[in-house]
Design a protein around this ligand. Structure first.
Ligand code: M6R
Length: 609
C-alpha cells in the first residue's frame, strides 16, 4: 500500500527520504518517487517498479536539498507507470504532493480545474487534482493553500506537500489514512508509518483525523480543522528498528512464524493475575452492559476474519452470547441489525484496513459499542474504538499474516473467558483449565517449530501440486480456511477450503487420483466423522496430508503423511494446528521460487475499498 516520507532540516533530504521509503517497502508498492526543493525550484523524479529504479535514476544527480517528500505507490486510479507515480506537481511545478488514499470527488474536481483554470492533467490519478488545487490557492502560504484545497476534497487521504513559494515547510494532512510526525534535532520528519522513521527518531506525534501538521527544521505544529493549534503528547516508540529487520531469517514470514511463542506470551502477560483471573487492560465494559448485550458481531477481513470464526465458537461457548461473524466488505452493505445492545468486535492487525474501519463506523453510527482487537498501537481502528484489546505480536512485516492471527486467537479466548466470568457462566474449574492450556501454548508451539525440517520434507513431496483442498470440521474448518489462504497468497496455488461434511454436496466431484487434500482431524467429538470424510476422498485417490493430535493414530491408516501437534483441549487447537500449515505454505512457496514476503498483487495494509 502507498507510503509517504518527508524530511526538513539539517541533513540530506534525498538520502533520508529514500531510506524511509525503503523501510516502507514491506507495505507493497508498484512505483516510487521523490520531490526536493532545490534553490527554490521543485525537482521531481519518479519511476515505476522498485525503489532501486528510482535510486538509479537519481544516482548521478547532485541533489543537495534540506527539504523533500517521497512516496511509494500502490495503484488505484491509473496503471502503475512513471507518469502516475507520485509526487504530482501543479502546472508550473511550484507545488509537489504525495498522497495515500482516494479522493472520491476527483472527477468533479478535475472537470472544475480544467474548465475554470484551463489546467491540463498529465496523469490518470485522482491525486493530481490535489497538487493543482493547492497550486491555485497557493499565494506563498502553503498551510492556507492546503486548508483551502482539502475543504474541496472528499475521501480518505494522507497528504504531504511542499512548495517553492514557501520553501522551508512541509504541510501534511490526515483524513482516514495514517500519518505520523517524527521529532528530530534540527530536523523533522513526516511519514505514513513509524518504521519509515525508526532509523532517525524514537519520538513521534500521532496525527489524528482532520488534523494538519506543519513542519520546519525547528518545529512541528499540529492544527485541528478550525486551524487551532493542538497540544499532542509525544509518543515514544519502544520497539527498535531491529524488530523490523529479518534477524538472520531468510524471510520476514519465517521470522514471524518463529516469533509466535513470544507474541503469545506477551499477549497473555499481565492479563491473567496471580489467582488465574482474567484482567483486561483497555476494556471497560461493565457487568451490567455485558448482561444487556443481545448479540455480538465480529467483523474483519482475510486472516483476521478467520480468527473471528474461532472467536464465534469460543465466545458462544464460554460467554453464551450469540455471535455473528462477517467479512467487513459485506457487513456495512447489508443493513445489519445493530443497536445499542450490540457489541461490535473489529479484528485487524494493521488497524488501517479500510473495509474494517468503515464497518466499525457503521456499527458505531447505529449505536453499537465497539471493541477492537488490534496489533498496531495508535492505528485508526484502535483510536475509533470504545475499548481496545492489543495483540502484542510486535510489528508484522510479511504480507502473509502469521503471528497476528495466533495472538488474535489468544485475545479472543481471553475475551470469551472474561465475558463468561463476568456473566457468571465460567466456573473456577473451567477457568483454571483453559487458562493453563493457554499458558502452555508457547512451549507447545516451540515443539512444533522443532519439526520445521520434517514439514519442509513433506513440502518437497507436494509443492508441484496446482490444486489443493483443505478440509476440517468445527474449529478445524476455521483453521482450514486460514491454511488455504496462507498457501494461495504466497505460492499462487489454487487452494480451496471447505467444511468436510460439505464435500459430498458438490466439491467431491473434483477429487481424482493425486489430488492433494490437507485434512485437519483434531476435534475429539468430531474425529470419527472426520475420518469418514478422509476415507471418502481417499477412495477417490486423493493424496492425504493429515493434521492431528499426537494421541490419535487412527488417521495414519488413511493418510499418506501426518503432521502431529501436541495434545491440548479442542478449543485452543487452532493456535497449534495453524503453525504446521504456515510452515508448509512457507516452504511450498519457497520451493516454487515465489516472492514470499511481498506476493504479487497484495499489500500489507489494504487502505482502499
Ligand atoms: O490488517 P488487517 O488484519 O485488517 O488485514 C486484513 C487482511 O487484509 C489480512 O489478514 C490479509 O488477508 C493477509 N494478507 C492474510 O495473510
Amino acid at each position: 500500500m502507498c507510503g509517504i516520507v518527508g524530511f526538513v532540516g539539517e541533513g540530506n533530504a534525498k538520502e533520508v527520504v529514500i531510506e524511509g521509503l525503503k523501510r516502507l517497502e514491506y507495505r507493497g508498492y508498484d512505483s516510487a518517487g521523490i520531490a526536493l526543493n532545490i534553490d527554490n525550484r521543485i525537482e521531481v523524479r519518479k519511476h515505476v517498479g522498485e525503489i532501486v529504479n528510482l535510486e538509479k535514476l537519481i544516482s548521478d544527480e547532485d541533489f543537495d536539498s534540506n527539504i523533500g517528500i517521497g512516496h511509494t505507490r500502490w495503484a488505484t486510479h491509473g496503471a502503475p507507470s512513471d507518469i502516475n507515480a507520485h509526487p504530482h506537481v501543479n502546472s508550473d511545478s511550484t507545488v509537489a504532493v504525495v498522497h495515500n488514499g482516494i479522493i472520491e470527488n476527483f472527477v468533479e474536481l478535475r472537470e472544475m480545474l480544467q474548465k475554470d483554470y484551463g489546467i491540463v492533467f498529465r496523469s490518470e490519478t485522482d491525486s493530481e487534482v490535489i497538487a493543482h488545487l493547492i497550486g491555485i490557492y497557493n499565494k506563498g502560504d502553503l498551510l492556507d493553500a492546503v486548508y483551502k484545497a482539502t475543504s474541496k476534497m472528499r475521501g480518505a487521504y494522507a497528504i504531504a506537500a511542499i512548495s517553492s513559494d514557501d520553501p522551508d515547510r512541509i504541510v501534511a494532512v490526515r483524513k482516514d489514512a495514517p500519518l505520523v510526525a517524527g521529532i528530530g534535532k534540527g530536523c523533522n520528519f513526516i511519514a505514513s508509518d513509524i518504521p519509515a522513521l525508526l532509523k532517525y527518531v524514537r519520538e513521534v506525534y500521532l496525527i489524528e483525523n482532520d488534523e494538519t501538521v506543519v513542519l520546519d527544521k525547528n518545529s512541528i505544529v499540529i492544527y485541528d480543522d478550525n486551524r487551532k493549534v493542538v497540544d499532542r503528547d509525544v509518543f515514544h516508540v519502544t520497539w527498535d528498528s531491529d524488530a523490523a529487520e529479518k534477524e538472520g531469517y531468510e524471510h520476514f514470514m519465517l521470522k514471524e512464524i518463529y516469533e509466535q511463542p513470544k507474541g503469545i506470551s506477551d499477549t497473555l502477560h499481565r492479563r491473567i493475575d496471580e489467582n488465574g483471573e482474567i484482567k483486561l487492560d483497555g476494556i471497560d465494559i461493565s457487568k451490567e452492559e455485558l448482561e444487556g448485550l443481545s448479540r455480538i458481531y465480529i467483523v474483519a477481513c482475510g486472516t483476521a476474519y478467520h480468527a473471528g470464526l474461532v472467536g464465534k465458537t469460543v465466545i458462544e461457548k464460554y460467554a453464551k452470547i450469540p455471535v455473528e461473524v462477517d467479512v467487513a466488505s459485506e457487513f456495512r452493505y447489508r443493513d445489519p441489525f445493530v443497536d445499542d445492545r450490540t457489541l461490535f468486535i473489529a479484528i485487524s492487525q494493521s488497524g488501517e484496513t479500510l473495509d474494517t474501519l468503515a464497518a466499525l463506523r457503521e456499527a458505531k453510527r447505529k449505536g453499537a459499542r465497539v471493541l477492537s482487537i488490534v496489533n498496531v498501537v495508535g492505528s485508526s481502528v484502535a483510536r475509533e474504538s470504545d475499548d481496545v484489546f492489543y495483540t502484542w505480536a510486535g510489528p508484522e512485516i510479511a504480507v502473509a499474516s502469521t503471528k497476528a492471527y495466533t495472538t488474535q486467537l489468544v485475545c479472543l479466548y481471553l475475551l470469551a473467558l472474561y465475558m463468561g466470568r463476568q456473566r457468571g457462566i465460567v466456573d473456577d474449574d473451567t477457568l483454571s483449565r483453559v487458562v493453563s492450556e493457554l499458558e502452555a501454548l508457547p512451549d507447545k508451539i516451540e515443539y512444533i517449530l522443532t519439526k520445521e525440517k520434517d514439514i519442509e520434507n513433506i513440502a518437497r513431496k507436494i509443492y508441484k501440486n496446482n490444486n489443493v483442498f483443505y478440509i476440517g470440521r468445527g474449529l478445524d474448518c476455521a483453521v482450514a480456511y486460514e491454511g488455504s489462504l496462507k498457501l494461495k497468497e504466497i505460492s499462487y496455488i489454487n487452494s480451496f477450503a471447505i467444511a468436510a461434511g460439505e464435500l459430498k454436496h458438490g466439491t467431491i466431484a473434483l477429487m481424482e487420483p493425486g489430488t492433494l487434500v490437507i485434512s485437519l482431524a483434531t476435534q475429539e467429538k468430531l474425529y470419527e466423522k472426520m475420518i469418514s470424510n478422509i476415507v471418502e476422498v481417499q477412495a477417490r485417490g486423493a493424496f492425504i496430508l493429515g493434521i492431528s493430535k499426537v494421541n490419535t493414530k487412527e488417521i495414519e491408516k488413511h493418510a499418506d503423511e501426518v503432521i502431529y501437534i501436541p495434545h491440548c483441549i479442542d478449543d485452543v487447537v487452532p493456535v497449534l494446528s495453524v503453525i504446521p500449515l504456515q510452515i508448509l505454505a512457507y516452504h511450498i512457496a519457497r520451493l516454487r521460487g515465489c516472492n514470499i514476503d511481498k506476493p504479487k498483487n497484495l499489500a500489507k495494509s489494504v487502505t482502499v475499498e
